[in-house]
Design a binder for this molecule. Structure first.
Ligand code: IPM
Ligand code: MG
Length: 358
């Protein structure tokens, strides 16, 4: 089969990690007789430099014409001083909105081979961590009305608004329920219903929906408590569904407690097959261009892409098992996940190792 994949390498370590991932996808193509056609397009800081905007129109149209999108990372100190709508991050928010990718799926898994990197107490880590954060991605405070006044009554003033419609809440919670149904049948819905009107609607809608998913237990949790529970007792969570901003924050926390931010993948999905797949870490400008980054999160994102957007489950399994083999049968590690007895290798070499194990 032939597949068209738009590649947004982006900034910082983005080009290195997407190169390594492409190396692995080419190995998959060779083994399983597929051809992947990669189209590199600009977004983020590199797009600002080349075209003056973080998300050129051609990027959006190339993504829409593709079977899926692979994204490295965007952003960096060079562009930090720009106004909000011209920052690299605006490109990311823009592409999510333009492709209507309302559901962000972020699995946080503690790999047995990496137990040593888990920052939690050993008895807590021993209970395991395997959480899927389902984050709403095209609504809420990220896209609500905002404003800035240079001369307010009490000096400068700014505001952002959190706004959710029933339709938006339903479509994201449906995905949460479906994941819960296919896993442990427990769905944690995270909100701030003791303060926010939008959270009270969220909670009402989730409970109305529960009737459509009879096997699934819904547990409401306030976001501050959830932040605490994630470090105190993460094994109580299986599937978490939450708003855009709470999901942003909790998914970083869920990632960090696994000790493997360089290993965690994500998908952003809409109503159709087209998805955007990216590692959950950022552009790491401090190590950019030094062949030090860990490409595994990006390669795992390709496994999610193969399974979800391209309907190639065998190929996805092959990628995941190659990663598992690399971690369990060799001592080769990128610096971020190295232990005292590791042989430290670079981003390119890790990509080549995993490709060779396909
Ligand atoms: C993420 C990132 C983005 C977000 C930033 C870079 C705009 O933190 O994908 O989690 O807040 O969504
Ligand atoms: Mg984030």
């Amino acid at each position: 089969m032939n597949f068209k994949i738009a590649v947004i390498a982006g900034d910082g370590i983005g080009p290195e990690i997407t190169d390594a991932a492409i190396h692995v996808l080419n190995a998959v193509g060779k083994k399983f007789w597929h051809s992947f056609k990669f189209k590199h397009v600009l977004m983020g800081g590199c797009a600002i430099d080349a075209a003056g905007v973080p998300l050129p129109k051609e990027t959006v149209s190339a993504c829409k014409r593709s079977d899926s999108v692979l994204l490295g990372a965007v952003g960096g100190p060079k562009w930090d001083g720009l106004p909000g709508n011209l920052r690299p991050e605006a490109g990311l928010l823009g592409i999510r909105k333009a492709l209507n990718l309302f559901a962000n799926i972020r699995p946080a898994v503690l790999y047995p081979a990496l137990l040593g990197s888990c920052p939690l107490r050993a008895d807590i880590a021993a209970k395991g961590i395997n959480i899927i954060v389902v984050r709403e991605l095209t609504g809420g405070i990220y896209f609500g009305k905002r404003g800035y006044k240079e001369t307010g009554r009490n000096g400068r003033e700014a505001f952002d608004t959190e706004n959710y419609s029933e339709t938006e809440i339903r479509r994201i919670c449906k995905i949460g329920f479906e994941y819960a149904q296919s896993r442990k049948k427990v769905l944690h819905s995270i909100d701030k219903a003791n303060v926010l009107e939008s959270s009270r609607l969220w909670r009402k809608v989730v409970h109305e929906m529960a009737a459509e998913f009879p096997g699934v237990t819904v547990i409401d949790m306030l976001v501050d408590n959830a932040a605490m529970q994630l470090v105190k007792n993460p094994s109580q969570f299986d599937v978490i569904v939450t708003s855009n901003m709470f999901g942003d924050i909790l998914s970083d926390e869920a990632a960090m407690i696994t000790g493997s931010i360089g290993l965690l993948a994500s998908s952003s999905l809409g109503a159709g097959k087209l998805g955007l797949y990216e590692p959950i870490h950022g552009s790491a400008p401090d190590i950019a261009g030094q062949n030090k980054a860990n490409p595994i999160a990006t390669i795992l994102s390709c496994a999610m892409m193969l399974r979800t957007s391209l309907d190639l489950p065998k190929e996805a399994d092959a990628v995941e098992s190659a990663i598992n083999k690399a971690l369990s049968e060799t001592k080769m590690r990128t610096a971020d996940i190295a232990e005292p007895d590791s042989e430290i290798i670079g981003c390119h070499e890790m990509g080549a190792l995993i490709a060779s194990l396909i």
